[in-house]
Structures are given as C-alpha cells and as structure tokens.
Design a protein around this ligand. Structure first.
Ligand code: 5GP
Ligand code: MG
Ligand code: MG
Length: 196
C-alpha cells in the first residue's frame, strides 16, 4: 500500500475546527450552479466535456453532472503540483491525461478549490493545446485573495464558483489532508495545529 494510506483505526473528525458548509447548503448551491451552467451551455453549439481534476473534485463532479441534466462527456485528469502539504507551487505536471477527445469541444474544468491559480492556468493551456474550442472553469470553492496567477478562459468560456472560501485549510466534500477526510459530506476547517 501507499505510504501514509489511511486506515479505519480512528475517525479524523476530531481534527476539525468548525463546519463551513453543511451537506444541505452544499446541495442547494450545487443545484444553482448546475442550472446556471446548463442554461449557458444549451446554446453553445458545441459538444461539452466536463473534466474533473482528480482526486479532490470527484464528489463535486459527480453531483454537478447529475444535476446539469445534459448529455455531456465526463472525464478526469490528474495533476501533481509539488509543494508543501497545504500549498502548491508553480510547477504542476500531468500524471494522467484525459481519455476523451476534447478537440473542438467546450471543456468545463471542474476543481474542488482554486488557491494560487497555478493548477488551473496550467490546465487551461493544456486544454487549449489539445484544441478545445472553449474552456470554462467551475470550482466548488475559491480563495480569490490568495491568487498568484490570473488565468484566462478560452473562447466563450465562463468562470463559475460555488462559494468564496476564507483563507484557511479546508477538508471534506472530496478535499483531503494527506488523503484523509475526503469522504465527509460537509466542508470543515482543519485545526491549524494539524498542519503547522
Ligand atoms: P492552486 O494550484 O490553485 O494553488 O491549488 C489548487 C489545489 O490545491 C486545489 O485543487 C487543492 O487540491 C489544493 N488546495 C488548495 N487549498 C486547499 C484547501 O484549503 N484544502 C484542501 N484540501 N486542498 C487545497
Ligand atoms: Mg484540486
Ligand atoms: Mg490535496
């Protein structure tokens, strides 16, 4: 097994400081975004590929595509950005690329959270180089105050976000701390003493 792979030895919920968004609040907001995207996409005249950034986006991706109610292609891409445990640096690399052909399609990149913007600006360029006709970004959470790179969308792509996130490290709803807490159906702040 991977080094540090979690076991069921104990619950990690005692590592949490407070809940930011409950399961119900998340469900309501995801429905709103899904409706907004569907409305924008209906008239775009291109095929749509919804591409989640693994692993963190998997829960949001699953909820989003089921609520969009449109015949979209769904795929995942895996990138790795080397850096500290709670912050990416400027050099992401693709570990596993999409299998869907995105050429001529409207790609919607789905992220769990945008922080510095490094990962997304890299992925937007990547989709552009693969011939995407438009690239939108849909992130569940956004930390706009921490942006280091401003990304440019492609074609008539748009930016969608679920919630603006305070400047603290959050887990749950797909997001991890060293592979823990992804399964939690809500979003919580990790106790700072856990990572400082
Ligand atoms: P960026 O490249 O924008 O700096 O970082 C993006 C990635 O860093 C996110 O997709 C996410 O995987 C991770 N990240 C940034 N902030 C947080 C956070 O508060 N909690 C968790 N779990 N991951 C985060
Ligand atoms: Mg992510
Ligand atoms: Mg992570």
């Amino acid at each position: 097994p991977l080094r540090g792979t979690p076991t069921v030895a104990r619950s990690w919920e005692e590592d949490l400081e407070r809940i930011l968004w409950t399961e119900d609040e998340i469900a309501a907001r995801v429905s709103e975004i899904a409706a907004e995207i569907s409305e924008d996409i209906k008239g775009c005249g291109a095929e749509v590929a919804v591409v989640g950034v693994a692993t963190g986006a998997f829960v949001f991706l699953a909820d989003l595509v089921r609520r969009m109610g449109l015949p979209v292609a769904v795929d995942l891409i895996r990138v790795e950005s080397y850096g500290s445990r709670t912050e990416s640096n400027g050099a992401p690399a693709i570990v596993s690329d999409v299998r869907v052909d995105v050429e001529g399609k409207h790609v919607i990149l789905v992220e769990d959270i945008v922080d510095t913007g490094n990962t997304l600006s890299f992925l937007i360029s990547h989709m552009k180089s693969k011939g995407a006709r438009a690239v939108s970004v849909c992130t569940f959470l956004d930390k706009p105050g921490r942006r280091k790179v401003q990304f440019e969308l492609v074609g008539d792509g748009k930016f969608y976000r679920g919630f603006v996130c305070p400047d603290c490290f959050v887990v749950g709803y797909g997001m991890d701390f060293s592979e823990r807490c992804r399964y939690l159906p809500f979003v919580a702040v990790l106790k700072p003493e856990k990572y400082t």
